[in-house]
Design a protein. Structure first.
Length: 531
């Protein structure tokens, strides 16, 4: 199968992206986190603050605050036991008990395929590369030393690492969700990584850390720095962290004389391989994931040049009847309190009235908070809208029922088609685990149908999925701040959604569906994992 056909099936025909006889090997399931063995470890403070409001501007990076930052970004936050009852149409039903360890960023099936690494330069612990051990809330030293020059070159000399106190690396471990979802895991991995990045960036703001996201870097050189086996895991994004504004981070040309290759840079550091435990006794092969990772890899800094505006620009077209929304106003909330109460409801959604003011606040907050410094927009340029929000709205006071596109620039809803589309959307949910008739807002994050292949090749698909996950996390946070909750869904029919919104004419497609609404307490036991 060609890689282009593979991505098309992942999106429009996911059931045929995996073998027909595939069954998850539940007894060989991996842990949701890596456990490195036999390496120096530095325990982080477990006395995490229960509020992130009113934090002072830091004058130096302290490991206590960095530990709290990492916990809010990707730490284990909750132990949850849920009960699901499956009704088989008059036959005796089945009750299933599901245990999970939760984090503040959502993950498909609570599998958390991403891992978080950090390069830190502080006075409290040795300078070097660390793995954030979520199971024990500690840092495990992987490589000792100052790697400013190495990492800067891996980023194409587009970042002044000397002005940063470190950098975060978000990776994907292929087996962690392949065992359950097979090839469909490739789509989930990008979205999951994006949700982690979105949570990390929002947390960084509260700790007064300045950050930026690099999607383009020398993959093998960065993996080599962290000691990752590329047949098992690969870094998806590099996020420098600084106490100074990120102006000028992306000014570099990204080119050396003749270009720098991963092979040349890897030769500057000895290879490292560390033992780690993930519980699985064996791992089946995932050749398509490895082919996609290889095709997405960047081997030379010459590929970091400027992007063609025509191939990477905005996705939203003009036209259409508009519905004015109440004036935009940023929400004021404590991120710590909001993410603690956020969860993904299933059949426990209940229909509560939502008015135009709440809908406007949700859409504006999510899109306004989404703006971030990155290496796609370039320095000094107006950020481009690569992902946008569409929605089927029902029963919202002040907004007629219909399918809309949210125009963030003008803060307006553009009516695409009037009517109630809950039945069609409900029929498109293959798992039937959410009742859309109880949902006032069913949003869809949409983006370029060809995932920027003209400008970024197969790397574009990965970036697109990450940006969608980043926006979804902002939608979930904004909803929770307004007393609502959302359940990101990939088990929907994107072709139906594209038809509802007339997306084909705009050259975009629905990437993920996010029902948002009120919910009643579900049948579950939960406990917070913090002191």
């Amino acid at each position: 199968m060609s890689l282009k056909s593979f991505l098309h099936k992942l999106h429009y025909d996911p059931d045929h992206s995996r073998p027909p006889d595939f069954e998850p090997d539940w007894y060989n399931a991996p842990l949701a986190y890596k456990l490195y063995r036999g390496l120096p470890a530095f325990t982080l403070s477990s006395e995490v603050p229960l509020t992130l409001e009113g934090r002072p501007e830091p004058d130096r990076p302290e490991i206590r605050d960095i530990g709290h930052f990492l916990w809010y970004a990707y730490g284990l936050t909750q132990l949850c036991q849920s009960v699901f009852y499956m009704d088989y149409g008059g036959l005796e039903g089945e009750t299933n008990v599901f245990h999970s360890l939760r984090r503040f960023a959502p993950s498909g099936g609570s599998l958390y395929p991403s891992e978080l690494y950090v390069y830190l330069k502080t006075d409290d612990i040795p300078v070097g590369i660390y793995h954030y051990d979520t199971a024990h809330h500690r840092l495990v030293l992987l490589r000792l030393g100052d790697f400013d020059a190495y990492l800067a070159r891996a980023l194409g000399d587009r970042c002044d690492l000397s002005s940063c106190f470190g950098a975060a690396f978000v990776s994907t471990v292929f087996w962690k969700n392949f065992y359950k979802y097979n090839n469909f895991g490739y789509r989930l991995q990008g979205l999951d990584a994006g949700a982690v990045i979105g949570q990390l960036l929002e947390t960084a703001k509260r700790f007064r850390y300045h950050s930026g996201v690099y999607f383009r870097f020398l993959d093998r050189a960065v993996n080599h720095l962290l000691g990752l086996a590329e047949q098992e895991e690969s870094v998806y994004a590099v996020i420098p962290l600084s106490l100074q504004p990120a102006e000028g981070w992306f000014e570099g040309s990204g080119t050396e004389a003749g270009g720098l290759t991963s092979r040349q840079l890897c030769a500057a550091l000895p290879a490292i391989r560390h033992e780690y435990y993930v519980r699985s006794l064996r791992a089946s092969e995932y050749p398509m994931l490895l082919r996609m990772n290889e095709a997405s890899s960047m081997e030379t800094t010459e590929s970091f040049g400027s992007l063609d505006e025509a191939h990477i620009g905005g996705t939203m077209a003009g036209g259409g009847e508009t519905v004015a929304l109440p004036p935009p106003q940023r929400l004021s909330f404590d991120l710590a309190a909001v993410v603690r109460k956020r969860y993904s409801p299933h059949l426990d959604f209940v229909f509560n009235p939502v008015d135009a003011r709440q809908a406007a606040a949700l859409l504006h907050e999510a899109t306004a908070s989404f703006l971030y410094t990155n290496d796609l927009d370039g320095a000094g340029r107006e950020p481009r809208k690569r992902v946008s929000v569409y929605g089927c709205l029902y029963g919202i006071e002040g907004i007629p029922d219909g399918a809309y596109r949210y125009d963030a620039l003008s803060h307006e809803l553009r009516l695409i088609r009037p009517g109630d589309y809950r039945m069609l959307l409900q029929q498109g949910i293959t798992m039937g685990n959410v009742n859309l008739f109880q949902i006032p807002l069913c949003l869809h994050v949409a983006s370029d149908r060809n995932h920027y292949a003209g400008a970024l090749g197969f790397r574009g698909y990965r970036i697109q999925q990450m940006e969608a996950g980043m926006l979804v996390q902002r939608l979930l946070i904004a909803a929770a701040a307004l007393g609502l909750n959302g359940h990101p869904l990939l088990s929907f029919n994107p072709a139906d959604c594209d038809q509802i919104y007339g997306m084909e004419a705009e050259g975009v497609t629905s990437l993920i569906q996010v029902p948002l609404g009120a919910c009643r307490p579900s049948s579950r036991l939960e406990g917070g994992l913090y002191s």
